[in-house]
Design a protein around this ligand. Structure first.
Ligand SMILES: [Fe+2]
Length: 283
């Protein structure tokens, strides 16, 4: 289909995020993973995606792919320490029947990711951003990871690349994926860990009218914020969810969730699907 073919598009895709796979030694007293097995939760999400009708054209993994650092927050986790978690992710993704595109989140480790996923990164710490097309629509994956920080940032070189990429695809309806949220969702302790240069990113996106949606992860809850024709969606996690009510950190084990997006011509529609963790094969 040509770049002008978006009006004939008819497909779906899924966004699932904050998979948080962890392999490593857990520090004494750490409660992480004691209430929910993140790999099992992801397996359940993948089984549900695989039986969707029609089948999604592709999946986007929204970052925090792995997080062994959560097992012991006093330890410095090296690329070697991170590798087993990415290998587990690779293994859990094998049954997924559609292609998968991955983003970096604040818990990720670029060097270990590039090594295990065998990307064509030019440098061990190279940021992982790129774009792709499907049926006349354009999709952009950004990298907001700042090593050692919970909040995110899109560095200048990436903003320049984004500006050029959007200019080259001006005729195509565009969806942008980024791990960190740009606009507050109303949960203060999460909102202070958003994208530090959200204004700069928003200015670039607004200078290209084909940009429709930004789809984010990070906040472990589904939200929808619309501002002057631009929409920010966040997707709940495949594992732990964060309270939408409490203004202090409060996490719940599950339900495993993912977002389904339908594209029909130039129209987009979406919903978040929450699974029943205690009934892992009952969809
Ligand atoms: Fe996360």
């Amino acid at each position: 289909m040509t770049a002008l073919g978006a009006e004939h598009a008819d497909f779906s895709f899924v966004h699932f995020t904050d998979t948080h796979l962890m392999v490593g030694e857990r520090a004494k007293g750490s409660r992480v993973m004691s209430q929910l097995d993140t790999a099992k939760a992801l397996e359940q999400v993948i089984r549900a995606i695989n039986i969707l009708e029609p089948q999604p054209a592709f999946a986007v993994l929204g970052g925090d792919l792995v997080s062994p650092d959560l097992l012991d927050q006093n330890k410095v986790w090296t690329a070697d320490d991170y590798e087993p978690s990415y290998r587990l992710l690779k293994q859990v993704l094998v049954p997924l029947t559609c292609p998968a595109y991955m983003l970096m989140g604040n818990h990720d480790h670029r060097d270990a990711f590039h090594r295990v996923m065998q990307t064509d990164a030019s440098l061990p710490e190279a940021a992982h951003y790129y774009s792709f097309d499907h049926q006349g629509h354009h999709f952009i994956a950004l990298d907001s990871l700042v090593p050692g920080e919970h909040s995110g940032c899109i560095e200048i070189a990436q903003l320049d690349w984004l500006q050029a990429d959007l200019a080259q695809h001006a005729e195509q309806p565009t969806v942008v994926f980024v791990h960190h949220h740009l606009w507050p969702i109303g949960v203060r302790w999460m909102d202070v860990q958003g994208l530090k240069n959200a204004d700069e990113l928003e200015a670039v996106l607004r200078s290209h009218s084909q940009v429709r949606w930004m789809i984010c992860g990070h906040v472990h809850q589904d939200q929808h914020v619309e501002r002057d024709g631009l929409t920010q969606l966040t997707t709940s996690a495949t594992c732990f969810q964060i309270s939408k009510v409490s203004q202090t950190p409060k996490l719940f084990p599950g339900p495993p969730s993912f977002r389904l997006v339908h594209v029909k011509g130039t129209s987009l529609s979406t919903r978040v699907i929450h699974l029943h963790y205690d009934k892992p094969d009952d969809f």
